[in-house]
Ligand binder design. Structure first.
Ligand code: NAD
Length: 393
């Protein structure tokens, strides 16, 4: 039987769309790109030609006015999400929206209401919650939390029962990034909002997904809303997440590492290519293929050491102007972008819940705003229950 296809319009054809959206829509057997739209028409034409998309425009209404369009992807700067969502929902078009869904709480509330009243589905691209390695990490952590098994050599003070804090889990996220690569509009308070609103929403979402059904109860943040900062987020059963995000780092080292400690065990995710588990009898490390690995022929292995070896060979090759190692050949770890698209297409075609819906979009924006408030006032800020379970008429 021929599979049903969703007809898609891409709105915003910048760097991200080129690296992820266009290749992922092309790869997916149930999506067909019909439009690409960008304020910069030259760019839209360039992307249309590169990816074989038949229609181009500088006006997103041209896309929405096409009665065949069933889904759009928004990958513009952040300030135009609301008007595009409003116009698309009015025409019953499903929306895959880049993060952050909104820059402000009120804007997020409007989006929730629009989506619910129109009956369309919306998915926010908080892709890390869909990364295969992150799913594996959470599965192992859940298994151990529910049924802890310990190494026979585990040290344990037999004189006392465990203390309450010893039964909570903690996630440490370290991010080091080369901020000179950030376009200035991502830092513009009106168009991008800076790195807490624009990027740290990823880790706020991941924290909420990882520790669900617990709810966040308080947040403390420090540093700069625009560049380097950190937060500590506590959950209702006592689990917590600390993020340290340095913007003065280098691409020469993997950007992200995740460490979860729980009940005398350690679960590590090394830049989405390797998971290591310690303190659990028989637990073996797992390696995960990259999303795009142009170095696979040269270094066929997966995992963190193989990744670094491949990176170095490629970087030296590019520096030496070798044709073989062009920047244009993709070399990207699997952070879950394609899995998120697959989940959303499945949700639309089979009427299932969105893999990352408008409430998740709101939650990350709201927590990001509380984090900014916390660093402004140098105080821990409570997360009121009624604000993360809003009711709309
Ligand atoms: N999920 C992720 O991991 C991830 C990674 C990088 C970027 N992003 C997101 O992708 C989005 C785009 O980022 P980017 O780095 O590609 O930025 P970019 O500046 O390269 O691209 C944005 C494009 O949107 C276009 N645009 C702006 N307003 C428009 C409008 N009203 N109609 C049509 N086009 C419009 C601009 O002309 C530009 O070409 C941002 O929301 C960013 O947060 C997500």
């Amino acid at each position: 039987m021929k599979k049903q296809k969703l007809i898609v319009g891409q709105i915003g054809c910048g760097k991200f769309a080129e690296a992820q959206d266009f290749p992922n829509f092309k790869k997916h057997p149930q999506t067909e790109l019909k439009w690409c739209c960008d304020l910069n028409l030259t760019r839209a034409k360039e992307m249309g030609k590169k990816f074989g998309v038949p229609n181009v425009s500088a006006n997103f209404m041209d896309v929405l006015n096409d009665p065949q369009i069933q889904m759009i992807k928004i990958a513009t700067s952040h300030e135009v999400h609301l008007p595009i969502i409003e116009a698309a929902a009015a025409k019953g078009i499903h929306i895959f929206c880049e993060k952050p869904m909104a820059m402000e709480q009120e804007e997020a509330f409007k989006i929730i209401r629009i989506v619910r009243r129109s009956g369309i589905k919306l998915c926010v691209d908080f892709n890390r919650r869909m990364a295969p390695s992150m799913h594996a990490l959470r599965t192992k952590w859940l298994e151990h939390s529910q049924n802890p098994e310990h190494q026979p050599w585990r040290y344990w003070e037999a004189q006392r029962p465990p203390m309450a804090e010893e039964e909570t889990s903690h996630m440490m996220i370290t991010v080091q990034d080369e901020s000179s690569s950030y376009a200035v509009h991502h830092m513009d308070p009106l168009k991008g909002g800076g790195e807490i609103i624009g990027e740290t929403v990823h880790w706020l979402d991941l924290a909420c997904w990882f520790f669900a059904p617990q709810r966040p109860v308080e947040i403390q943040a420090w540093g700069s809303r625009r560049l380097s900062h950190g937060f500590n987020l506590k959950f209702s059963s006592g689990d917590s997440v600390t993020l340290v995000f340095h913007c003065s780092g280098t691409f020469d080292y993997p950007k992200e590492m995740y460490q979860v400690t729980s009940n005398a065990a350690l679960f590590r995710n090394l830049f989405f290519v390797e998971n290591e588990y310690y303190g659990i009898p028989g637990a073996k490390k797992e390696v995960f293929p990259m999303q795009h690995d142009c170095m696979k022929d040269e270094v066929p292995e997966d995992g963190i050491h193989a990744y670094m070896k491949k990176y170095l060979i490629r970087a030296k090759g590019i520096a030496g102007n070798s044709k073989k190692y062009e920047y244009t050949k993709p070399f990207i770890v699997d952070k879950g972008h394609y899995s998120m698209l697959c989940g959303f297409v499945d949700a639309i075609l089979n009427d299932k819940p969105s893999p990352c819906d408008e409430m998740a979009g709101y939650m990350a924006t709201y927590l990001a705003q509380l984090a900014i408030r916390s660093l402004d006032f140098k105080q821990t800020i409570p997360v009121p229950l009624e604000m993360i379970t809003p009711v709309f008429i």
